[in-house]
Design a protein around this ligand. Structure first.
Ligand code: C2O
Ligand code: CU
Length: 461
């Protein structure tokens, strides 16, 4: 990342990073009010300049919503912005009408209007919610928050169960959110809107307090518009227990970097054995600290690590699968070449003049008809090929899929995910059971890519 401007600046005292929590769902419960409105906050240091942001309930990130598996979430969303918006509950296997996709599952909520979201959460895990109308413009202004679904008996003490929403910001030279560059064609046709500063739970370089000798669960969420975060959990003594809300059979210790792409989540456990400071770093060739764990003395705990049970997700039936390609093409750096097989130069020029730079299966932008239709219960295998010059973070709404193969190689762990990263020229094969009726998006979660072509949908009937 480009840290020239900021790295040398001195940051005034670190801030605490624990998020307040709102447990809100009960079957008889009232609606929890979630209001989107303009607000301002310092993104760069405690005495930095205020940035003009769009916030949920005046907070950055939005309030952490914590519920238990099987509970009903009732959120009255109120739009006090002067632009239409909607709320998507990312990674939740949700009732389609509540998926929050403006233009597909609901009309965008007009300024001054409200919309009642009311759904049951079937799975435990680390999820999030974010704006889903012109997301490229709304999410990187602050419209995102964590959604945590707990098991009936949480396996960790509340103060050892820590959410960390990681967000990349593009700040100007005064340390204010750069709003002039929103929607820049260069960002859309290249790697998306990349920032130059990272916050954890909306704070610059916060301290996160841990208890010596206790097991902690860290729930990492990448809410960045485009930034892939390279993390090295082993460097701070953490082990991986799950991805995108779904836990593994056993914890994994990983020596290499783990990529956390936009929208992805990573669940870690760690038990610090000595008091002191442990940096939480992003690796960009070199390590860059963007939070510090402060390990404090605590009464010793003999509690063993207990992981909550995994979710029961439907297993793909590979024998009877609907096999489909998912070709990604377009973009700068040679990505248009693949499109020249089927399109004339004139055609390409026209496409670009409409602000479309990318295609999925040779279609740029939301098609009128679904990319495919599956009957409820059918297994779908998507064989994706990235023919562009950039990585993409492909998200499927309403379903979790197993990642089976990368470039023809069967994976050892065929992890469940809701968003997968695909590198240039890589083939990634995924499978899921289309068991949730309705209209579901497939799109790149580099939000500028979605806005400039990488967005399609399928229907489960
Ligand atoms: Cu976080 Cu369309 O999604
Ligand atoms: Cu992309």
């Amino acid at each position: 990342m480009d840290r020239r401007t900021f790295l040398n600046a001195s940051l005034a005292g670190a801030t605490a990073a624990l998020l307040p929590r709102f447990a809100l769902a009960t079957p008889q419960g009232e609606y929890f009010e979630l209001t989107a409105a303009k607000g301002s906050q310092r993104l760069f240091g405690e005495d930095g300049e205020l940035s003009e942001l769009w916030l949920y309930n005046g907070r950055l990130p939005g309030p952490e919503i914590r519920v238990k598996r099987g509970e009903r979430v009732k959120v009255r969303f109120i739009n006090k912005l002067d632009t239409p918006t909607s709320v998507h509950w990312h990674g939740i296997r949700i009732d389609n009408a509540m998926d929050g996709v403006a233009g597909l599952t609901q009309a965008a909520v007009a300024p001054g209007d409200s919309f009642d979201y009311d759904f049951v959460v079937p799975d435990t895990g680390t999820y999030w919610y974010h704006a889903h109308n012109m997301s490229w413009n709304q999410v990187p202004r602050g419209l995102a928050g964590p959604l945590i679904v707990e098991d009936d008996t949480p396996a960790f003490d509340p103060d050892c169960d820590i959410t960390m929403m990681l967000s990349d910001w593009r700040l100007d030279e005064d340390g204010r959110l750069d709003t002039n560059s929103f929607g820049a064609r260069h960002d859309f046709s290249h790697a998306g809107r990349l920032g130059n500063w990272l916050t954890v739970n909306g704070n610059s370089l916060p301290d996160i307090r841990l208890k010596k000798g206790h097991w902690h669960r860290l729930r990492l969420i990448n809410s960045s518009a485009s930034r892939i975060l390279d993390l090295a959990p082993a460097r701070f003594g953490a082990r991986l227990i799950g991805l995108d809300g779904q836990l593994f059979d056993a914890q994994r210790s990983i020596d290499d970097l783990v990529q956390l792409s936009p929208a992805q989540r990573m669940d870690l456990v760690m038990k610090p054995e000595a008091s002191g400071t442990i940096p939480f770093e992003m690796m960009t060739g070199q390590a860059f600290t963007f939070a510090n764990f402060i390990v404090e003395d605590a009464n010793p705990s003999s509690a063993d690590l207990k992981l909550p049970p995994k979710n029961a997700l439907p297993e793909p039936d590979m024998e009877n699968a609907l096999q489909l390609p998912l070709d990604m093409a377009g973009g700068a750096m040679g990505g248009m070449r693949a499109l020249m097989r089927t399109r004339s130069e004139d055609d390409l020029r026209q496409m670009m003049s409409k602000g479309l730079f990318w295609t999925l299966n040779d279609t740029a932008g939301m098609p009128e008809r679904p990319m495919f239709t599956a009957e409820r219960g059918q297994t779908v295998v998507l064989d994706s090929l990235n023919e562009t010059g950039f990585p993409h973070a492909m998200h499927i709404h309403g379903h979790h899929f197993r990642v089976l193969e990368r470039s023809g190689k069967q994976l050892e762990h065929q992890d469940w995910r809701d968003t997968f990263t695909s590198d240039p020229q890589e083939r990634v094969k995924i499978a899921f059971v289309a068991d949730n009726p309705g209209k579901w998006l497939i799109h790149c979660h580099m939000l500028g890519h979605a806005a400039s072509g990488m967005m399609t949908w399928f229907e489960v009937t």
